[in-house]
Design a protein around this ligand. Structure first.
Ligand SMILES: [Zn+2]
Length: 94
């Protein structure tokens, strides 16, 4: 019955997992069919092979996100304020 509904009205996909900005996994609300972006602007069935590819993509993506979050900490304003008093202190000595 559920698959008949989908064949008549089409699948009703909703995002089940955001892999990267461009790649998502979708599950049909009615028949639980899983699809994913295939990188060619279309969709393909979420086979074990694609699940594996997506898990690798997800790992790379989350690592990039971590780096982006960590970057501002390198130029932390607190580090600069720690440096300033020491340089002021050194001036009279020179
Ligand atoms: Zn469906």
């Amino acid at each position: 019955m559920r698959q008949l509904y989908c064949s008549l009205f089409g699948h009703d996909f909703h995002v089940s997992k955001q892999v990267t900005y461009h790649v998502k996994e979708y599950t049909c609300k009615h028949c639980k069919t899983e699809v994913t972006n295939n990188g060619k602007g279309g969709y393909t069935h979420l086979t074990p092979k694609f699940k594996e590819i997506n898990s690798v993509l997800e790992r790379i993506h989350s690592r990039r996100m971590e780096r982006r979050i960590n970057k501002p900490e390198l130029i932390d304003p607190q580090e600069n304020s720690n440096l300033e008093p020491s340089t002021e202190f050194e001036f009279p000595l020179v």
